[in-house]
Write a protein that binds this ligand. Structure first.
Ligand code: N01
Length: 553
């Protein structure tokens, strides 16, 4: 199992240097951590953000692979908390590429003077709750020590790379003598792939973005596909300035309408309020074609039931398979590229020229579903009884999602309860925000919330605002700790599972259920009720005086 092995740290309290004390420690300076720092510091709290990387930006710092780009339109995938910021910032493209998103993160850090309270190159190794002092004691591998009343994990749901063993000790990745890259740990220095034989393992969102770019550079590209991906066209291009002006004329209204959609974006593309099964074949074709022409994730909202009714879903899936057969010249390759699972069950991919890439003479597709990768060799890998040789191996194998990022920290709550023990059978939490046994800990955009299905900016602004209100409420009443009750946690997990049952998300293997990581429990981890319903529940809990939480004076 790829989940981080437990790396027990020396107890933070035993370290020599005195710990610095804060009101709040934030782990992570990606878009969640930056906003948490801005918001909580603005309340007059002493806050420090600890970031493992050498830069702010989180996912947009580590995922620097060629072709990395957001799949939600930039005017939507951005902060709404500052009217000045959202008016001033000019996106150049409909879907921002990684360098522009990183510039945006840096701009936000500078504009709001956040850097003075961010410590970079600081990987949190341990965080233990001290029950006597009622404080978190936090330490980093480089000897840093801090304490705080509150710990905010802004570590993201997808920040722990998945590194499959490929043949285990006998034929593991270390046997390969060439260069190995992972999409989520891409080198910062320029990389020359021209003239090289390159292989890619993985055809999820990262692979789909990488593959056309690698095919442009490499002399030969071999794509090892275990599961075919549904890929809709991005139709990216320069940002339409007339659209930008229209949105900016009432940005607050646009944001509010987006917050009222299932996914926190796409309010200008509402679902037809009917079942796909109730439309005629011509109406359906026209609806899917229209969404295909627009591009992006909107295909899945062409009808109201594509993600809840398997028969309706199959109609959309069949439409995309038709597009694949049109795009790919070799019929056998086209069939191999046609996914068979429900569309949207794995996260839908948005790409540019993905299927057409397989028409290129330098690109070969290898099926590692029928013939799994048996072993790595010094020159390549063995699958289907033959050796495939290459110079560079690109792993686009995704993430140990949701639980991985927290479980690689030596994170302990009451009585020394370790998060790896607590979450051995899957993530237990309440509202996707709090974990029983871990007082004064909040997880931003983690498991049990709608994070995986919600525009990340909508998610993190909502979570941080909820946490900020909670801290203000506690302080106003002189309370010191807040902690989810085990009953509320158990009810929440039941709700998460019951919601998933009503969707197509259980119809395939995916990172939503941990199936991409060998040995990880098969548990549905995100919440699929849609952002508005989720936000309503969070608000109801706050308005009730934090029902489901144990609060101590
Ligand atoms: O990871 P993935 P990803 N042998 O898990 C394959 C976000 N994101 O990094 O499907 C062979 O989706 C695996 O095969 P299978 C987005 O939310 C967004 O691509 O498990 N193959 C799959 O093909 C996305 O969903 C963007 O059978 C193996 C691939 O590796 C999430 O991040 C861009 C294997 C992993 O796909 C994750 O995307 C990038 C093995 N042992 C990422 N193990 C945007 O566009 C794994 N695979 C914004």
């Amino acid at each position: 199992m790829m989940t981080a092995s437990r790396q027990d740290q020396p107890p933070p309290e035993d370290r020599a240097a005195p710990a610095q004390a804060f009101d709040v420690l934030i782990v992570g300076a990606g878009f969640g951590g930056l906003y948490a720092l801005y918001k909580l510091r603005g309340m007059g709290l002493e806050v420090l953000a600890l970031e493992a990387a050498e830069s702010v930006g989180g996912t947009w710092w580590v995922n620097r692979y060629p072709g990395a780009r957001v799949d939600i339109q930039s005017l939507e995938y951005s902060y709404s908390f500052s009217e000045d910021l959202q008016q001033d910032w000019r996106w150049t493209e409909r879907y921002a590429a990684q360098p522009e998103l990183l510039r945006y993160a840096n701009h936000v850090a500078d504009r709001f003077d956040l850097r003075r309270d961010i410590r970079l190159n600081t990987r949190v190794g341990a965080a233990h709750f001290d029950e006597v002092a009622r404080r978190w004691r936090v330490s980093s591998a480089d000897g840093g020590r801090w304490t705080a009343r509150f710990l905010v994990l802004a570590i993201g749901p997808l920040s722990s790379p998945n590194l499959p063993a490929f043949g285990g000790a006998e034929g593991g990745i270390e046997r390969f003598a060439g260069q190995v890259l992972h999409s989520a740990a891409w080198p910062n220095e320029p990389l020359e792939l021209r003239g090289r034989d390159v292989a890619v393992i993985g055809t999820g969102s990262s692979g789909v973005q990488l593959i056309p770019n690698l095919a442009d550079q490499a002399s030969a590209l071999t794509v090892f596909q275990r599961t075919a991906a549904y890929v809709v066209p991005a139709h990216n291009g320069p940002l339409d300035v007339a659209w930008e002006a229209r949105i900016k004329a009432d940005y607050a209204g646009f944001r509010a309408r987006n917050r009222n959609t299932y996914s926190g974006f796409g309010s200008e593309l509402t679902p037809r309020p009917i079942s796909a099964l109730d439309a005629t074949a011509e109406e359906r074709e026209a609806a899917f074609e229209e969404r295909w022409r627009v591009g992006g994730l909107g295909l899945l909202s062409a009808f109201r039931d594509l993600l809840t009714n398997p028969r309706a879903n199959e109609l959309a899936a069949g439409f995309v398979r038709g597009k694949i057969r049109q795009a790919v010249r070799d019929p056998a390759t086209a069939e191999l590229l046609c996914p068979r699972h429900p569309i949207g069950c794995k996260r839908l991919c948005v790409g540019t020229g993905y299927y057409e890439t397989f028409n290129r003479p330098n690109v070969v597709l290898v099926d590692v579903h029928a013939h799994p990768i048996a072993a790595m060799t010094p020159a390549g890998l063995v699958a289907g009884g033959r050796e495939h040789r290459f110079d560079t191996l690109v792993l686009a194998t995704g993430f140990d999602a949701f639980t991985g990022p927290a479980m690689r920290i030596d994170l302990r709550g009451r009585g020394g309860l370790h998060i790896q023990d607590k979450w051995r059978g899957g993530p237990l939490n309440y509202l996707g925000l709090a974990v029983a046994g871990f007082p004064n800990l909040f997880y931003i955009a983690g498991p049990g919330s709608t994070s995986a299905f919600t525009n990340f900016f909508v998610m993190v602004e909502h979570h941080v605002d909820w946490v900020a209100d909670c801290l203000a409420w506690l302080d106003a009443r002189g309370h010191t700790t807040i902690e989810a009750s085990t009953e509320a946690e158990s009810d929440w997990v039941t709700f998460v599972n019951a919601t998933a049952e009503k969707t197509v998300y259980l119809g395939c293997k995916s990172w939503y259920v941990g199936d991409n990581v060998p040995g990880k429990p098969h548990v549905f981890m995100p919440l699929a009720c849609g952002f508005p319903a989720y936000a309503k529940r969070c608000a109801a809990v706050a308005n009730s005086g934090y029902e489901g939480f144990i609060i101590e004076a």
